[in-house]
Design a protein around this ligand. Sequence first.
Ligand code: NAG
Ligand code: NAG
Ligand code: NAG
Length: 369
Amino acid sequence: MLGLLHLFLVSLTILVRRSVGTTEHQIILPLDFKSYIESQKLPLILNRDSPTKDELENATFVVLCRNEDLYDLLETIQSIQDRFNSKYSYDWVFLNDVPFTSHFIYSVANFITNSTLKFGQIDPHEWDIPSWINQTYMHQLWDENYQDTPYGTSESYRLMCRYFSGFLHNHPLIQPYQYYWRIEPGVKYYCDIDYDVFRHMRENDLLYGFTISMFEYRDTIPSLWSHFKQFMQNTNREYGDLIRFVMNDDDENSYNLCHFWSNSEIANLDIFRGRVYKEYFEYLDQTGGFFYERWGDAPVHSLFVSSFLEPEDVWWFGDMGYYHGPYLQCPQDSKIFELGKCSCNPTKDFSFGYYSCTEHFLKIRNHFK
Ligand SMILES: *[C@@H]1O[C@H](CO)[C@@H](O)[C@H](O)[C@H]1NC(C)=O
Ligand SMILES: *[C@@H]1O[C@H](CO)[C@@H](O)[C@H](O)[C@H]1NC(C)=O
Ligand SMILES: *[C@@H]1O[C@H](CO)[C@@H](O)[C@H](O)[C@H]1NC(C)=O
């Protein structure tokens, strides 16, 4: 690693271009690099030639994080680079609600050497409590209902869930891509991924991929399901076969609380860029549920995916060893485990435990295959 880093620091010449303006600067690492970054404003794009550029899909990694997440993030980047991306060099997009520090940018850029890196900031209007929310009432509800819920009294967590639900897919740095793979600081990938995941998505006409699925905390979404059904009814939409993933087969067609965990979502962004999704998000948003309750982007995405996609459009990445505290997915098939040189403990797997919805999903998918 040190040898590589040395080689990289001494010899790598990269093209650095700001996304606004047309000047292209050719700079030599390392001496000019740090001061160059320090002199730049966001968005900042570090264009590097990927050795496999011609074979790559139209895809990127996406990370929404804070400056103080840097060291958790570097560990995560190491696992995804070592297990997958060093073979492909897909781009990375980093977004923050405040400007990234030059220290953050420099550290990440030192770490990922062969991918184009983009650092941007979120539009403050999209990271704000909307005018129609009564904040007095909101805080009253948090005090009454959410003291014991994870992130129950957190404003920034709610802003983040709303941002992931309604805006991320149209951020100017994400817009140029067709597929994304979401990564969060602190997550780990435990097995080699020896095929191009994005190509797998495209060649198999897959629209949405997940690793872990589970039941949502009921308290965080008391009215989401009824608003969702109201939206479907108002707009005369029909459910597809995948609705069984979330809808109970009972008289009220109630919600079983299943959702795909969105923190490792791999998706064709068209899902969230269409007119119907926009209507869906805006309908949910005006109900105030992102703030009065604590709606996660995972159930918001999952209800949409389950209504508008078909079972064969969705893929479970069962071959990925994946940890997002406190849950781990670790491949149960010993062949997959060995081939992937997995370093997770298979007895700690969540995906076939009682709180997971993955077997339920697989039954539906296999039924309609
Ligand atoms: C980066 O790309 C260069 C040029 O293609 C290659 O020699 C080098 O091994 C790559 N480094 C990594 C870490 O993939
Ligand atoms: C906001 O909520 C508080 C507390 O429920 C209520 O007293 C107040 O009338 C509400 N304000 C508006 C403008 O509706
Ligand atoms: C990648 O996908 C985006 C979004 O669909 C599209 O606008 C862009 O032209 C595509 N880029 C390439 C190189 O195909």
